[in-house]
Unconditional design. Sequence first.
Length: 91
Amino acid sequence: MKKYRPNRKSAIALNYDEEQDQAPHVVAKGEGLIAEEIINRASEAEVPVYEDETLVQLMNELNINESIPEDLYQAVAEVFAFIYQSDQKYI
């Protein structure tokens, strides 16, 4: 089991297609330079970045393409609500 290192930047990217997916799933994750690249690509694509160290720590246990477990639905719903609200500001 990998240990979470709070002194290194970590990032998790999620995807959710309500027509195809039962739950959001991890599409990218990493620490250090990889985390910075994930965040840079999100910024370049104008995808809002939501910062929550505790949630990243919990989701860091998931593998790429793995759906988030039910016990994280509420926390991830808050992330998607943040993204939705951010998108509404630009419409």
